[in-house]
Design a protein around this ligand. Structure first.
Ligand code: PXL
Length: 317
């Protein structure tokens, strides 16, 4: 292993942390994709914030991906007392300075992963660091999975601006698979948000334009052609094919459901389910949690009761 001599708190060019030799890739902590032909457990690394209350980002990704039988490692980018969508007075501790030292330590352990999954990220600087992390893991064969979690319903989340949306577009250009909603898709393409005013050709053009940024696969969420049905569209650039899956729509806005959807989708993909089945598994899992929460009539800013869906979800894998 090279280049890990600097102290964990020393600031330097990020490439300094990210050097390895091909032979080093073959040993150490590795699963599935990292070690082809091995029967070892799959391994996902997810990089997002911890919102301590409010069921989103890491507090949903970790239990959902773990329930699918996948070893799940986390790289927290920030710690907030709650998420930023509807709570007042939340605390925010930025962990940007810890990101590369954590990666350097993992590199010294020869950590490999079947997938790197990013969700909500806190700043432009984090986007740049994570781009370097992507290059490192992509060279080892990890699937790069980006949920550009930054906006919904035509609005950026409070912490973000258009420059951040452009930075997120750059991160998506390095990904194998991205999972935007329609708001995030149009922001990254510099287009107006169409609200409900779109048709199937519009969605299919959006998918192709997003894939042209870089990723081979795009899963667009929140797609609805008739009011009472909502779901996802999955585009594969290599085959130029599109799969759709729709479920019933439950009225209301439920916080964190994008993160729940992405986590379930990645879990299915890493368990080798085809994309058409993976979008179905993720939609059904998310709907189940929303329905239970609708019936319970709890405050939607606390997120949805996905916990009672985990047993059936786990049984799928
Ligand atoms: O992806 C949702 C999310 C995650 N993390 C934080 C958020 C939000 C949405 O508002 O504020 C901190």
């Amino acid at each position: 292993m090279k280049c890990l001599a600097r102290s964990a708190t020393t600031k330097c060019c990020v490439e300094t942390y990210l050097v390895e030799t091909p032979s080093e890739r073959l040993e150490g902590h590795s699963t599935g994709r990292g070690k082809k032909g091995s029967s070892m457990q799959k391994h996902v690394i997810t990089i997002q914030d911890i919102s301590c209350i409010g069921r989103c980002s890491l507090t949903v990704a970790l239990p959902i991906i773990s329930a699918a039988g996948i070893e799940t490692s986390i790289l927290p980018t920030a710690i907030l007392s709650t998420h930023t969508g509807g709570f007042e007075g939340y605390t925010f501790r930025d962990l940007t300075e810890d990101i590369m030292p954590i990666i350097a330590h993992w590199q010294s352990l020869d950590t490999q992963a079947d997938a790197i999954y990013t969700g909500y990220l806190g700043s432009d600087q984090q986007l740049r660091l994570i781009a370097d992390i992507f290059r490192y893991f992509k060279a080892q064969g990890s699937l790069i999975f980006v949920d550009p979690a930054m906006a919904d319903n035509g609005q950026l989340y409070p912490a973000f601006d258009l420059a951040f949306a452009l930075g997120m577009r750059n991160l998506c250009s390095l990904a194998d698979l991205i999972v935007p909603n329609i708001t995030e898709a149009t922001l990254m393409l510099g287009r107006e948000y169409p609200d409900e005013d779109y048709d199937q050709p519009y969605i299919e053009q959006l998918l192709r334009d997003l894939a042209a940024i870089g990723p081979n696969q795009v899963v667009l969420t929140g797609v609805s052609f008739v009011y009472d049905r909502i779901g996802a569209a999955a585009y594969n650039k290599a085959t130029d094919s599109i799969d759709y899956y729709f479920t019933e729509r439950i009225d209301g806005y439920y916080h964190g459901t994008g993160d729940i959807y992405s986590s379930a989708l990645l879990a299915a993909i890493i368990n080798d389910k085809p994309i058409a089945q993976s979008i179905q598994i993720a939609c059904d899992f998310t709907l189940d949690a929303i329905k239970r929460t609708y019936v319970a009539a709890t405050d939607p800013k606390y997120g949805v009761d996905f916990e009672h869906s985990l047993g059936a979800f786990s049984a799928l894998f």
